[in-house]
Design a protein around this ligand. Structure first.
Ligand code: SAH
Ligand code: SF4
Ligand code: F3S
Length: 473
């Protein structure tokens, strides 16, 4: 007899996948069709990658994966970085309940960052009693065993570990795209910026072994992938916990040497970004010249209160070093306006920093207090209307410089990884340039998944337009 307790974690989950397959097959017989499943993702790329793993497991146990939430099994992979992310989930749960009333076989599961918050789980238990399964970010790999339980039990199945476990390798995953892939390099975050919930929902930093990452990149390359994005909450601190001298520069170089066409990475934290890393990015043509470098604020006092561990001056020093060593590098950022007690003058410092950096793009947010974080305890004297005004004023700059940045490409020939017909017009192809600019262009549809030369004929704020060159090979 198999002794499940003595298996390693990966084998144990494969064992339960087999068990769960039996239950899914039985449900299929009852329904007279293959049971369907839908995974909806909220939040960042980390969640998107986790969802690929969930889909991989669900497919393996026999579900047909569909996009319609009116399915036999629905999972919401949630985000809680700002309150509006939570509200969206609560709103949509009502709709799911409507589906469930009509489909007695339906099971509803919730996972992801929101589930790591005890008060959220409490609210779901008491006010959303139709939810069948709740699991946390550290329990993703346990979906097989949890699914099996949820299929057998009428009561809520709940498993949220408050502490991160080991990194579990080699479970199934179904990648959302055939040409570009996300590759986790580390999980969690140790930075504890005072406004941010992520270190609480994702646990402490755990780096994957370099060999595992390289193996994954090589497999992707061999199966035709053209682009990978290395994922972590702050990739620049990769390797610190491995204690063997490996750092992000070492990893980047090793990944570059695999020869995969395009390498991207996100997110960079300015604190751990060093000159060695910039040199490696500059040295290898397959590391894309495009860096997301969140600044959050341009005022030193606010940065200090945010716990960001750099000053405006040291951020700009890094920014200038990147622009000097990688002259055509596109730099994008994240900014929070209306941090508790932010004054008009402090906000002006953010605007002046923006005018200096002239970012290619910025994701801008109004500060949202997150329970359990230090900033949530700060009193705040800034009215919401002022915060909205600041966001509006900042976004005016964002749009202005996004447009200016794109004008630079007018008339140039750029390399584009062709993704497929554009969403708006099936006669037009779309893809991203090396600098991560979205481009829609007239071209050869048989080139989907290939990198082609495109001449830029028009530059707008959010996208470029172009024509594929004849001479592509
Ligand atoms: N690890 C990344 C991204 C984390 S979340 C980083 O450090 O850059 C993505 C962005 O959401 C952050 O960069 C920040 O700008 C924003 N954010 C995080 N917490 C927030 C909060 N409480 N309110 C508003 N925006 C927030
Ligand atoms: Fe949040 Fe800061 Fe960590 Fe980014 S670095 S995830 S903003 S705590
Ligand atoms: Fe949201 Fe969790 Fe990502 S809170 S932003 S999904 S790490």
């Amino acid at each position: 007899m198999t002794n499940v307790t003595q298996m390693n974690e990966t084998d144990r989950q494969y064992y339960f996948m087999e068990k769960a397959s039996g239950h899914v097959a039985k449900l299929g017989e009852e329904l007279g069709r293959r049971p369907t499943c839908c995974v909806t993702t909220f939040g960042c790329q980390m969640n998107a990658r986790d969802s690929e793993k969930l889909v991989g497991i669900l497919e393996k146990v026999g579900y047909e994966i569909i996009e319609d939430e009116n399915a036999d099994f629905v999972i919401y992979n949630t985000c809680t970085v700002r309150d509006n992310a939570n509200q969206r989930v609560y709103g949509r749960l009502g709709v799911l309940n409507g589906y469930k009333r009509k489909n007695p076989h339906m099971k509803i599961a919730l996972c992801g960052c929101m589930m790591q918050e005890p008060e959220v789980v409490e609210k779901l238990r008491t006010s959303y009693r139709f939810v069948d399964l709740i699991f946390g970010t550290h329990n993703i790999h346990r979906l097989p065993v949890l699914l099996k339980q949820a299929m057998l039990e009428k009561e809520l199945v709940l498993e949220v570990w408050s502490k991160e476990g080991d990194v579990i390798e080699n479970l199934p995953s179904h990648r959302a795209n055939n040409y570009k892939a996300w590759v986790n390099i580390m999980y969690g975050c140790n930075k504890f910026c005072t406004y941010c919930i992520v270190p609480y929902t994702r646990g402490k930093e755990r780096s994957r072994e370099l060999d595992e990452i390289i193996k994954e990149v090589e497999e992707l390359k061999n199966s035709g992938y053209k682009e990978i994005t290395l994922l972590g909450q702050n990739v620049n601190s990769y390797g610190k916990d491995l204690n063997n001298g490996t750092d992000f520069a070492t990893l980047l170089e090793a990944v570059a040497k695999t020869g995969i066409d395009r390498i991207r990475f996100t997110t960079s934290h300015p604190w751990d970004f060093n000159a060695d890393m910039i040199d490696i990015i500059a040295k290898y043509d397959n590391i894309m010249p495009s860096i997301h470098l969140p600044v959050q604020s341009g005022n030193d006092e606010v940065l200090k209160l945010m716990g960001r561990r750099y000053s405006k001056e040291s951020y700009l020093k890094l920014f200038d070093m990147i622009k000097e060593k990688i002259p055509d590098c596109t730099i994008t950022t994240d900014i929070i306006v209306g941090f508790p007690n932010e004054t008009e003058e402090q906000f002006q410092d953010t605007l002046s920093l923006y005018n200096y950096c002239k970012y290619d793009l910025a994701y801008t947010f109004i500060y949202s207090p997150r329970e359990g974080t230090p900033a949530a305890k700060m009193e705040d004297n800034v009215p919401l209307s002022d915060k909205e005004q600041r966001l509006y004023r900042l976004n005016e700059l964002v749009n202005k410089y996004a447009n200016e940045a794109n004008q630079k490409y007018l008339g140039q020939v750029v390399k584009v990884l062709v993704e497929g017909p554009s969403k708006k017009n099936p006669d037009v192809l779309s893809g991203y340039t090396e600098h991560n600019k979205l481009i829609n262009f007239k071209g050869d549809a048989s080139m989907v998944g290939q990198i082609v030369d495109v001449r830029v004929t028009e530059a707008k704020t959010w996208a470029l337009t172009g024509e594929q060159l004849e001479s592509n090979n």
